[in-house]
Design a protein around this ligand. Structure first.
Ligand code: PRP
Length: 180
């Protein structure tokens, strides 16, 4: 285990089983339809890549990168798009893929932004949900795990740009993020 990690919340095998289960549901729901998967950089990359490999319907892949204004660890609800999609969404079945929904502000922003481009449909797949942190109500169509309000890293999630490469989803030691 990484020395900065207090404990493993979700191990590699548990995550992999959930990702397969989510992909099976998605593949069944979109059978005989084309799907456009939109991954959100950077936290969602590993989940998106693993999910994509298990989806069996025809799909394309694109990415967006966004950042929120304000304090680094606090969502403000005001976002800047750092990388936008390459092509139009008109008439496409879009699946937005995110690693985590916390306050819900990012997801609400992204859904409103994508809906303005008139997709045929828009659904959301999120691996982790912290319901105790929610500030705005936002629908998630495919959800992996509900987790407690702990500082989690790994499997794409970072603290200060580190730990994204850890294969498990881990609870970070509090002295690492509190600086004490
Ligand atoms: C994380 C995550 C979501 C957002 C969720 O991104 O990937 O986009 O926070 O938080 P919210 O529900 O409170 O809005 P982060 O800003 O950490 O960027 P990253 O994906 O590049 O690590």
């Amino acid at each position: 285990m990484h020395p900065d990690v207090a404990s493993v919340l979700l191990d590699e095998a548990t995550i992999a089983a959930k990702v397969r289960e989510m992909a099976a549901r998605i593949s069944a729901d979109y059978r005989a339809q084309d799907l456009m998967v939109v991954g959100i950089l950077k936290g969602g990359t590993i989940f998106c890549a693993d999910l994509l490999r298990c989806i069996t319907v025809n799909c394309t892949l694109d990415f967006m990168a966004i950042s929120s204004y304000g304090a680094a660890s606090k969502s403000t609800g005001v976002h800047r798009i750092n990388l936008d999609l390459e092509g139009p969404l008109l008439g496409r079945n879009v699946l937005l893929v995110e690693d985590i929904v916390d306050t819900g502000l990012t997801l609400r922003f992204l859904k409103e932004y994508l809906m303005q481009r008139n997709p045929a449909s828009l659904r959301v797949a999120v691996l982790l949900d912290k319901p105790s942190r929610r500030q705005v109500d936002v629908q998630v169509d495919y959800k992996g795990f509900e987790i407690p309000d702990e500082f989690v890293v790994g499997y794409g999630l970072d603290f200060a740009s580190k730990y994204r490469n850890l294969p498990d989803i881990c609870i970070l030691k509090s002295e690492i993020y509190s600086g004490k």
